[in-house]
Design a protein around this ligand. Structure first.
Ligand code: AMP
Ligand code: MG
Length: 482
């Protein structure tokens, strides 16, 4: 069968693989998306679709929509929900898994990388426990916006391909429309996936999972899989440390708070995932947290690097037998590796500061003073960085530091490419979502356009650069939004 019409291709012009499902069946439970009464494609990321070799015209067709919902009427996929465990707020839960998500399969993008196509809110699975397997439209739109903003800001992240409304209302605090988010990551292998494999399948399954992750994410290491040595797994874990250090340093530089850094929400690819109660902080305060369920501030802004370190320690524990010829050797390697994390993070943070201040990374003292001034004065981080970028008058408290910094002849052009004009500010996101839920997508689409072109002042109205009114952040709370 072939299509001649570009307008209405009748079959899917792409190939989806089932690598994870085939190679790790112990961690995959077959399933499909539940029926939906009245599905509508609300948002489609056409640029990402093209990058994945997916035809946007086909995706908009009835068959395309059935595919995006994971319906078994589309025989294109061998969809599975993935098993994982996780430490949630420090408490170990041995069996979590995709309670409302499905991995449709993997697709090779135009640059040859494998990407997971994954649904969130597609219905109940064998991991749903008491949950309904569904997702509310508000949080789905929020994840689409924030993850695409993060991508545009240069942060490793899952991407958003589409939002579909289902025509169904679900009960949350009130009855709200439900939706399915189609998201894309280089994999959905979590620290919690290793915790689960270790618990249920021991080192044999864990090694297979590690080898899969090496093949998917670390091709330079994959060539050594034929003759695996402990050093291979040491190098594998070190790469994960580096990627996570790099990602969390970017969060710090941008004032991003993930909000729910459980081990099941930490990927070995280093990509940011699971945008639930996340938020960008306005006033710079290390102890900021917004999540309504994070009552202790475990996942506050300033705690994120050490929490990621803690999560990675849980990961390395699952790899011990692979890291050395003897248990002692494995343990010593693990300890040495974990000792590297702090330095990797501080190195990555220095790089980030250097980039955003347009100087090289040799000015450690200058960065430290800057950080102290941030803590002392709690400025709006985004506005401050852009003020520096544009050579405008710095806020009180920063004058003498700025004079010192300017003597270094900062590279303003470079700064303009890393310090955003537009971020998804909480008050703007809230307003856009409340309108979207009333059926008016205009504000949402304007905000989406601005935050996905964060360095281009012409991409949005001036009011989209404004911080919230004084006091807004004090009572602002985010919700996991299940
Ligand atoms: P999350 O907070 O989205 O990272 O989810 C944590 C765990 O709860 C995962 O195992 C999810 O699959 C599960 N979960 C969250 N919401 C639902 C829901 N509405 N129905 C079933 N499972 C859910
Ligand atoms: Mg999660």
């Amino acid at each position: 069968m072939s299509t001649t019409s570009e307008q209405s291709p009748t079959f899917a012009p792409f190939k989806l693989e089932a690598q994870f499902a085939t190679e790790l069946p112990e961690l995959a439970v077959p399933g499909h998306g539940e029926d939906t009464p009245d599905p509508t494609l609300l948002l489609l990321n056409e640029v990402l679709a093209e990058e994945l070799g997916l035809n946007p015209t086909w995706l908009k067709s009835d068959d395309g929509i059935q595919f995006l919902l994971g319906h078994n009427s589309q025989p294109l996929t061998q969809a599975v929900s993935q098993a994982y465990a996780g430490h949630q707020f420090g408490q170990f839960v041995p069996r979590l898994g995709d309670g409302r998500a499905l991995l449709l399969g993997e697709i090779q993008d135009k640059s040859g990388h494998w990407r997971d196509i994954h649904l969130k809110g597609s219905g109940r699975t064998s991991f749903s426990r008491g949950g309904d397997g569904r997702a509310a439209l508000g949080p789905v739109l929020r994840e689409y916006l924030v993850s695409e903003a993060m991508f545009a800001l240069g942060v490793p992240t899952s991407r958003a391909l589409a939002v579909l409304t289902t025509g169904r209302k679900i009960q949350r605090e009130t009855a709200v429309p439900s939706a399915v988010l189609v998201r894309v990551s280089t994999s959905h292998i979590r620290v919690g996936s290793f915790q689960y494999s270790n618990l249920t399948g021991g080192i044999e399954l864990t090694k297979r999972l590690a080898d899969f992750a090496i093949k998917r994410h670390y091709p330079a290491l994959a060539v050594r899989l034929n003759t695996p040595t402990p050093q291979l797994y040491v190098d594998f874990f070190r790469e994960i440390l580096k990627r996570q250090a790099h990602t969390v340093a970017k969060w710090t530089r941008l004032g991003f708070i993930h909000g729910v850094l459980n081990t099941d929400n930490t990927l070995v690819s280093g990509e940011t995932i699971d945008y639930g109660p996340c938020a960008f902080m306005e006033a710079y305060r290390e102890n900021t947290f917004f999540s309504s369920i994070d009552t202790q501030g475990r996942y506050s802004f300033g705690n994120q690097p050490s929490i990621i370190g803690w999560n990675l320690a849980r990961l390395v524990e699952t790899l011990l037998p692979l890291l050395g010829e003897t248990p002692d050797e494995g343990m010593t390697q693990a300890q040495n590796l974990m000792n590297e994390f702090g330095e990797l993070y501080h190195g990555a943070l220095l790089e980030e500061f250097a980039l955003s201040l347009g100087v090289d990374n040799s000015h450690k003292e200058l960065f430290e003073t800057f950080q102290n001034l941030l803590t002392l004065n709690s400025p709006d981080l985004t506005t401050l960085m852009r003020t520096l970028t544009e050579g405008a008058t710095p806020p009180p408290g920063f004058e003498s530091w700025v004079a010192q910094w300017q003597e270094l002849n900062p590279n303003y052009e470079q700064m303009a490419q890393v310090n955003p004009v537009f971020i998804p500010r909480n008050h703007l996101v809230e307003e856009a979502l409340s309108q979207a839920l009333e059926g008016n997508m205009q504000n949402y689409l304007q905000l989406l356009r601005a935050v996905t072109h964060p360095f281009d002042r012409t991409a949005g109205s001036a009011f989209l650069t404004l911080p919230s009114a004084p006091g807004f952040e004090d009572d602002f709370r985010t919700f996991c939004g299940t």
